[in-house]
Design a protein around this ligand. Structure first.
Ligand code: GTP
Ligand code: MG
Length: 124
């Protein structure tokens, strides 16, 4: 069908072999999720810092390899220890992001798996 004859809202016809997947980067606060996203994408698109709760919204970054497109979603650190309003709001953002993806990349600090990590993992 000619492009200008397609009904409104119709998507491009899929090209054989093309694939696209959504991957959420999830973990407790300050474990290096945003640093990992930046490394995977090859650009500094998500703010990183030594302070926990740096990421406040979902941040999306793309990496294309051949016919495959990886869409990474950086999320705020999931807080299981304190239930204040900010933490509740950030946790809600994580739960929303996780519901929309094909795959979850669960991040822990190298060589350290704590009860807080286990609580985040249990939620997934
Ligand atoms: N030594 C070391 N430090 C790291 C590594 N990855 C990240 N960091 C540092 O850890 C700190 C936190 O990194 P972020 O990427 O901001 O962590 P985050 O999980 O996104 O943090 P929140 O968004 O606050 O949950 C920063 O000071 C990073 O430079 C790593 O592999 N090794
Ligand atoms: Mg972050």
């Amino acid at each position: 069908m000619r492009r200008d004859m397609r009904p409104a809202g119709a998507t491009e016809a899929p090209v054989a072999g093309q694939r696209c997947g959504l991957i959420a980067i999830v973990g407790k606060p300050n474990v290096g999720k945003s640093t990992l996203l930046n490394a995977l994408v090859g650009q500094k698109i998500s703010i990183t810092s030594r302070k926990a709760q740096t990421t406040r919204h979902r941040i999306t970054g793309m990496h294309t390899q051949g016919a495959t497109q990886f869409v990474f979603v950086d999320t705020p650190g999931f807080q299981t220890l304190h239930g204040n309003a900010l933490n509740k709001s950030l946790n809600k953002t994580v739960v929303g992001a996780v519901a929309d993806v094909d795959l979850i990349l669960f991040v822990v600090e190298a060589g350290s798996f704590t009860p807080a990590d286990a609580r985040v993992l249990a939620l997934l």
